[in-house]
Design a protein around this ligand. Structure first.
Ligand code: NCD
Length: 316
Protein backbone atom coordinates (compact mmCIF):
# COMPACT_ATOMS: atom_id res chain seq x y z
CA UNK A 1 0.00 0.00 0.00
CA UNK A 2 1.48 3.33 -1.04
CA UNK A 3 -1.44 5.74 -0.77
CA UNK A 4 -0.61 8.26 1.98
CA UNK A 5 -2.68 11.35 1.17
CA UNK A 6 -4.70 12.80 4.04
CA UNK A 7 -7.26 14.48 1.76
CA UNK A 8 -8.42 14.09 -1.82
CA UNK A 9 -8.50 17.68 -3.03
CA UNK A 10 -7.45 17.26 -6.64
CA UNK A 11 -5.68 15.11 -9.19
CA UNK A 12 -2.75 17.54 -9.13
CA UNK A 13 -1.17 15.98 -6.04
CA UNK A 14 -1.70 12.30 -6.98
CA UNK A 15 1.10 10.20 -8.47
CA UNK A 16 0.50 7.67 -11.27
CA UNK A 17 0.96 4.95 -8.61
CA UNK A 18 -1.76 6.53 -6.42
CA UNK A 19 -4.10 6.64 -9.41
CA UNK A 20 -3.45 3.00 -10.26
CA UNK A 21 -3.94 1.96 -6.63
CA UNK A 22 -7.32 3.73 -6.48
CA UNK A 23 -8.48 2.19 -9.78
CA UNK A 24 -7.34 -1.33 -8.82
CA UNK A 25 -9.26 -1.17 -5.55
CA UNK A 26 -12.28 0.33 -7.33
CA UNK A 27 -12.30 -2.63 -9.72
CA UNK A 28 -12.87 -4.88 -6.70
CA UNK A 29 -15.75 -2.70 -5.57
CA UNK A 30 -17.37 -2.97 -9.00
CA UNK A 31 -17.63 -6.71 -8.33
CA UNK A 32 -19.10 -6.14 -4.84
CA UNK A 33 -21.60 -3.62 -6.24
CA UNK A 34 -22.79 -6.15 -8.81
CA UNK A 35 -23.40 -8.85 -6.21
CA UNK A 36 -26.59 -9.41 -4.21
CA UNK A 37 -25.20 -8.29 -0.87
CA UNK A 38 -23.46 -4.97 -1.51
CA UNK A 39 -22.06 -4.41 1.93
CA UNK A 40 -18.71 -4.33 3.65
CA UNK A 41 -17.65 -3.20 7.12
CA UNK A 42 -14.61 -1.25 5.90
CA UNK A 43 -15.81 2.09 7.27
CA UNK A 44 -17.91 0.71 10.15
CA UNK A 45 -17.94 3.12 13.08
CA UNK A 46 -16.83 6.09 10.95
CA UNK A 47 -18.99 9.16 10.25
CA UNK A 48 -19.22 10.66 6.77
CA UNK A 49 -20.80 14.06 6.22
CA UNK A 50 -21.76 15.27 2.74
CA UNK A 51 -21.83 19.06 2.38
CA UNK A 52 -23.05 20.14 -1.05
CA UNK A 53 -23.19 23.92 -1.48
CA UNK A 54 -24.09 23.45 -5.15
CA UNK A 55 -26.78 21.33 -6.79
CA UNK A 56 -25.89 17.74 -7.49
CA UNK A 57 -27.79 14.63 -8.44
CA UNK A 58 -25.37 11.85 -9.24
CA UNK A 59 -22.30 12.91 -7.29
CA UNK A 60 -24.13 13.31 -3.99
CA UNK A 61 -26.13 10.10 -4.45
CA UNK A 62 -22.96 8.29 -5.45
CA UNK A 63 -21.01 9.41 -2.35
CA UNK A 64 -23.97 8.55 -0.12
CA UNK A 65 -24.35 5.05 -1.55
CA UNK A 66 -20.57 4.53 -1.45
CA UNK A 67 -20.39 5.40 2.26
CA UNK A 68 -23.41 3.27 3.15
CA UNK A 69 -22.06 0.25 1.29
CA UNK A 70 -18.85 0.55 3.29
CA UNK A 71 -20.78 0.62 6.56
CA UNK A 72 -20.15 4.29 7.50
CA UNK A 73 -22.77 6.46 9.20
CA UNK A 74 -23.64 8.92 6.44
CA UNK A 75 -25.27 12.28 6.92
CA UNK A 76 -26.32 14.69 4.16
CA UNK A 77 -26.32 18.33 5.22
CA UNK A 78 -29.07 20.30 3.48
CA UNK A 79 -27.12 23.25 2.10
CA UNK A 80 -29.53 25.67 0.47
CA UNK A 81 -28.19 28.03 -2.17
CA UNK A 82 -29.22 30.91 0.13
CA UNK A 83 -26.68 29.85 2.77
CA UNK A 84 -23.76 30.49 0.43
CA UNK A 85 -22.73 33.99 1.35
CA UNK A 86 -19.19 34.54 2.53
CA UNK A 87 -16.03 32.57 3.12
CA UNK A 88 -16.73 32.87 6.86
CA UNK A 89 -19.97 30.98 6.50
CA UNK A 90 -18.20 27.99 4.99
CA UNK A 91 -15.45 27.92 7.60
CA UNK A 92 -17.87 28.41 10.49
CA UNK A 93 -20.00 25.55 9.23
CA UNK A 94 -16.92 23.40 8.84
CA UNK A 95 -15.71 24.14 12.37
CA UNK A 96 -19.14 23.37 13.79
CA UNK A 97 -19.21 20.04 11.99
CA UNK A 98 -15.62 19.33 12.94
CA UNK A 99 -16.59 19.54 16.60
CA UNK A 100 -18.91 16.57 16.00
CA UNK A 101 -15.90 14.40 15.07
CA UNK A 102 -16.65 13.33 11.52
CA UNK A 103 -14.06 11.12 9.82
CA UNK A 104 -14.82 12.02 6.20
CA UNK A 105 -16.15 15.31 4.86
CA UNK A 106 -17.33 15.33 1.25
CA UNK A 107 -17.60 18.91 -0.01
CA UNK A 108 -18.88 20.57 -3.17
CA UNK A 109 -18.62 24.35 -3.38
CA UNK A 110 -19.07 26.96 -6.16
CA UNK A 111 -15.76 28.72 -5.35
CA UNK A 112 -12.48 27.36 -6.71
CA UNK A 113 -10.15 26.67 -3.79
CA UNK A 114 -12.88 26.67 -1.11
CA UNK A 115 -12.46 22.96 -0.40
CA UNK A 116 -8.67 23.31 0.06
CA UNK A 117 -9.28 26.13 2.52
CA UNK A 118 -11.73 24.03 4.44
CA UNK A 119 -9.32 21.09 4.59
CA UNK A 120 -6.84 23.29 6.49
CA UNK A 121 -9.39 23.95 9.23
CA UNK A 122 -10.64 20.49 10.10
CA UNK A 123 -8.98 17.36 11.40
CA UNK A 124 -10.67 14.75 9.25
CA UNK A 125 -10.23 13.61 5.66
CA UNK A 126 -11.76 16.01 3.12
CA UNK A 127 -12.87 14.86 -0.32
CA UNK A 128 -13.41 17.46 -3.01
CA UNK A 129 -16.69 16.72 -4.82
CA UNK A 130 -16.14 19.69 -7.17
CA UNK A 131 -14.96 23.24 -6.37
CA UNK A 132 -15.91 25.95 -8.86
CA UNK A 133 -13.90 25.67 -12.06
CA UNK A 134 -10.96 24.08 -10.25
CA UNK A 135 -11.07 20.29 -9.71
CA UNK A 136 -13.43 17.33 -9.48
CA UNK A 137 -11.00 14.50 -8.74
CA UNK A 138 -13.45 11.62 -8.25
CA UNK A 139 -15.05 12.41 -11.61
CA UNK A 140 -11.68 12.15 -13.39
CA UNK A 141 -10.94 8.90 -11.52
CA UNK A 142 -14.28 7.34 -12.46
CA UNK A 143 -13.74 8.45 -16.04
CA UNK A 144 -10.31 6.83 -15.95
CA UNK A 145 -11.74 3.56 -14.62
CA UNK A 146 -14.41 3.60 -17.32
CA UNK A 147 -11.77 4.16 -20.01
CA UNK A 148 -9.43 1.51 -18.61
CA UNK A 149 -12.20 -1.12 -18.55
CA UNK A 150 -13.48 -0.22 -22.03
CA UNK A 151 -10.07 0.07 -23.72
CA UNK A 152 -8.07 -2.39 -21.63
CA UNK A 153 -5.46 0.27 -20.80
CA UNK A 154 -5.06 3.84 -19.58
CA UNK A 155 -2.01 4.99 -21.51
CA UNK A 156 -1.15 5.99 -25.07
CA UNK A 157 -4.78 6.80 -25.89
CA UNK A 158 -6.02 9.82 -27.84
CA UNK A 159 -8.73 11.54 -25.87
CA UNK A 160 -10.80 14.50 -27.13
CA UNK A 161 -12.48 16.64 -24.46
CA UNK A 162 -15.11 18.75 -26.19
CA UNK A 163 -17.22 21.78 -25.43
CA UNK A 164 -17.13 24.19 -22.51
CA UNK A 165 -13.60 23.59 -21.24
CA UNK A 166 -13.21 27.07 -19.73
CA UNK A 167 -15.83 26.56 -17.00
CA UNK A 168 -15.26 22.87 -16.39
CA UNK A 169 -13.58 21.35 -13.35
CA UNK A 170 -14.22 17.96 -14.95
CA UNK A 171 -12.03 18.97 -17.90
CA UNK A 172 -9.24 20.27 -15.63
CA UNK A 173 -9.10 17.12 -13.52
CA UNK A 174 -9.26 14.90 -16.61
CA UNK A 175 -6.49 16.83 -18.39
CA UNK A 176 -4.26 16.37 -15.33
CA UNK A 177 -5.05 12.68 -14.87
CA UNK A 178 -4.83 11.68 -18.52
CA UNK A 179 -1.54 13.58 -18.84
CA UNK A 180 -0.04 11.86 -15.78
CA UNK A 181 -0.94 8.48 -17.28
CA UNK A 182 0.74 9.40 -20.59
CA UNK A 183 -2.24 9.85 -22.87
CA UNK A 184 -2.60 12.50 -25.57
CA UNK A 185 -5.34 15.01 -24.82
CA UNK A 186 -7.03 17.29 -27.34
CA UNK A 187 -9.39 20.07 -26.41
CA UNK A 188 -12.11 20.82 -28.94
CA UNK A 189 -14.43 23.82 -28.82
CA UNK A 190 -14.93 27.47 -29.71
CA UNK A 191 -12.09 29.83 -28.60
CA UNK A 192 -14.54 31.61 -26.26
CA UNK A 193 -14.89 28.39 -24.25
CA UNK A 194 -11.17 27.66 -23.94
CA UNK A 195 -9.41 28.55 -20.68
CA UNK A 196 -6.88 31.40 -20.78
CA UNK A 197 -4.12 29.29 -19.19
CA UNK A 198 -4.35 26.70 -21.98
CA UNK A 199 -0.64 26.88 -22.89
CA UNK A 200 0.30 25.29 -19.54
CA UNK A 201 -1.82 22.21 -20.13
CA UNK A 202 0.36 20.41 -22.70
CA UNK A 203 -2.63 19.67 -24.92
CA UNK A 204 -3.57 20.20 -28.57
CA UNK A 205 -6.43 22.61 -29.27
CA UNK A 206 -8.94 22.36 -32.12
CA UNK A 207 -11.71 24.72 -33.13
CA UNK A 208 -13.19 22.30 -35.65
CA UNK A 209 -14.97 19.20 -34.29
CA UNK A 210 -14.25 16.94 -37.27
CA UNK A 211 -10.53 17.73 -37.17
CA UNK A 212 -10.41 17.40 -33.40
CA UNK A 213 -12.13 14.00 -33.40
CA UNK A 214 -9.95 12.53 -36.15
CA UNK A 215 -8.79 9.05 -35.03
CA UNK A 216 -9.39 9.55 -31.31
CA UNK A 217 -10.11 6.59 -28.96
CA UNK A 218 -12.28 8.51 -26.52
CA UNK A 219 -14.72 11.40 -26.99
CA UNK A 220 -15.65 13.19 -23.79
CA UNK A 221 -18.51 15.69 -24.12
CA UNK A 222 -19.17 18.52 -21.66
CA UNK A 223 -22.25 20.56 -20.83
CA UNK A 224 -22.34 24.33 -21.33
CA UNK A 225 -21.91 25.56 -17.74
CA UNK A 226 -24.31 28.49 -18.00
CA UNK A 227 -24.26 29.10 -14.25
CA UNK A 228 -20.55 29.98 -14.52
CA UNK A 229 -20.86 32.19 -17.64
CA UNK A 230 -21.22 35.93 -17.32
CA UNK A 231 -21.89 36.93 -20.90
CA UNK A 232 -22.43 35.72 -24.45
CA UNK A 233 -20.02 32.84 -24.92
CA UNK A 234 -22.00 31.09 -27.66
CA UNK A 235 -24.18 32.41 -30.52
CA UNK A 236 -27.28 30.20 -30.00
CA UNK A 237 -27.91 26.63 -28.88
CA UNK A 238 -28.93 25.69 -32.41
CA UNK A 239 -25.76 27.06 -33.90
CA UNK A 240 -23.73 25.47 -31.12
CA UNK A 241 -25.28 22.06 -31.75
CA UNK A 242 -24.63 22.41 -35.45
CA UNK A 243 -20.91 23.09 -34.92
CA UNK A 244 -20.10 21.24 -31.69
CA UNK A 245 -22.96 18.89 -30.85
CA UNK A 246 -21.79 15.27 -31.07
CA UNK A 247 -23.84 13.23 -33.54
CA UNK A 248 -23.17 10.04 -35.53
CA UNK A 249 -21.64 11.95 -38.45
CA UNK A 250 -19.10 13.87 -36.36
CA UNK A 251 -18.31 10.71 -34.40
CA UNK A 252 -17.55 8.89 -37.66
CA UNK A 253 -14.25 10.85 -37.78
CA UNK A 254 -13.07 9.15 -34.57
CA UNK A 255 -11.76 5.56 -34.49
CA UNK A 256 -14.50 3.03 -35.31
CA UNK A 257 -14.38 1.70 -31.73
CA UNK A 258 -14.18 5.12 -30.04
CA UNK A 259 -16.27 5.44 -26.90
CA UNK A 260 -18.54 8.38 -26.03
CA UNK A 261 -18.50 9.80 -22.51
CA UNK A 262 -20.37 12.54 -20.62
CA UNK A 263 -20.19 13.34 -16.88
CA UNK A 264 -23.82 14.46 -16.79
CA UNK A 265 -26.10 16.26 -16.50
CA UNK A 266 -26.60 16.02 -20.26
CA UNK A 267 -28.37 18.55 -22.45
CA UNK A 268 -29.65 16.43 -25.31
CA UNK A 269 -29.73 18.32 -28.57
CA UNK A 270 -27.24 20.93 -27.29
CA UNK A 271 -23.85 19.20 -26.83
CA UNK A 272 -24.94 15.66 -27.73
CA UNK A 273 -27.52 13.89 -29.87
CA UNK A 274 -29.96 11.98 -27.64
CA UNK A 275 -29.95 8.80 -29.74
CA UNK A 276 -26.16 8.62 -29.67
CA UNK A 277 -26.10 9.16 -25.90
CA UNK A 278 -28.37 6.11 -25.53
CA UNK A 279 -26.48 3.92 -28.03
CA UNK A 280 -25.02 1.16 -25.85
CA UNK A 281 -22.55 0.24 -28.59
CA UNK A 282 -20.83 3.62 -28.38
CA UNK A 283 -21.89 5.40 -25.22
CA UNK A 284 -20.44 4.46 -21.80
CA UNK A 285 -22.36 7.16 -19.95
CA UNK A 286 -24.21 4.69 -17.70
CA UNK A 287 -20.95 2.82 -16.98
CA UNK A 288 -19.47 6.14 -15.80
CA UNK A 289 -22.24 6.39 -13.21
CA UNK A 290 -21.66 2.79 -12.12
CA UNK A 291 -17.88 3.33 -11.83
CA UNK A 292 -18.54 6.46 -9.77
CA UNK A 293 -19.79 4.50 -6.76
CA UNK A 294 -16.87 2.04 -6.90
CA UNK A 295 -14.24 4.79 -7.26
CA UNK A 296 -15.68 6.75 -4.33
CA UNK A 297 -15.67 3.62 -2.18
CA UNK A 298 -12.00 3.08 -3.05
CA UNK A 299 -11.05 6.70 -2.33
CA UNK A 300 -12.80 6.71 1.04
CA UNK A 301 -11.22 3.40 2.08
CA UNK A 302 -7.72 4.58 1.13
CA UNK A 303 -8.15 7.91 2.93
CA UNK A 304 -9.46 6.18 6.05
CA UNK A 305 -6.48 3.79 6.02
CA UNK A 306 -4.00 6.62 5.49
CA UNK A 307 -5.50 8.44 8.48
CA UNK A 308 -5.19 5.33 10.64
CA UNK A 309 -1.53 5.01 9.67
CA UNK A 310 -0.84 8.64 10.61
CA UNK A 311 0.33 9.35 14.19
CA UNK A 312 -2.38 11.20 16.17
CA UNK A 313 -2.30 14.99 16.02
CA UNK A 314 -0.25 15.18 12.82
CA UNK A 315 -2.01 16.95 10.01
CA UNK A 316 -0.82 17.28 6.43
C1 NCD B 1 -20.19 17.79 -13.35
C2 NCD B 1 -19.93 18.80 -12.27
O1 NCD B 1 -20.75 19.01 -11.38
O2 NCD B 1 -18.86 19.39 -12.32
N1 NCD B 1 -21.18 16.87 -13.06
C3 NCD B 1 -20.95 15.82 -12.25
O3 NCD B 1 -20.31 15.90 -11.24
N2 NCD B 1 -21.44 14.64 -12.66
C4 NCD B 1 -20.34 18.40 -14.67
C5 NCD B 1 -21.42 19.41 -14.87
O4 NCD B 1 -22.07 19.89 -13.96
O5 NCD B 1 -21.60 19.75 -16.05
Amino acid sequence: MTFRAQHLLGIETLSPADITEILDLADQYVTLNRSDRKHSETLAGLTQINMFFENSTRTQASFEIAGKRLGADVMNMAMQASSIKKGETLIDTALTLNAMHPDLLVVRHPHSGAVNLLAEKVNCAVLNAGDGKHEHPTQALLDALTIRRAKGRLHRLNVAICGDIAHSRVARSNILLLGKMENRVRLVGPPTLMPSEIDHFGVEVFEDMREGLQDVDVVMMLRLQRERMDGGFIPSEREYYHRYGLDAEKLSHAKPDAIVMHPGPMNRGVEIDGTLADDINRSVIQEQVEMGVAVRMACMELLANARKAQPKGVMV
